[in-house]
Design a protein around this ligand. Sequence first.
Ligand SMILES: [Zn+2]
Length: 87
Amino acid sequence: MTSDDHDHQHCLEMFQKLSEFIDGELDHVSCDEIERHADNCIACFTCLETLRRTVAICKNVKDQPVPQEFSRKLKEIIQNIPKTSLP
Ligand SMILES: [Zn+2]
């Protein structure tokens, strides 16, 4: 399976949805879409893992939304992963 035509712009759009995913407001179809994409995209997989870990930490510490700074970090992760590292 290749990701040669993978457009990271799509990843960024998807991760904008993830703020809803975090809050549990995203429907199950969209959640599946995100998880399926992450199966084929190392950048999104990394972000999703980071997201889950961060959300778990946030929920353990305080019952409040994930800070906006976090979505900025996600974008940095995507941008810092070179395309050559993709399968
Ligand atoms: Zn992706």
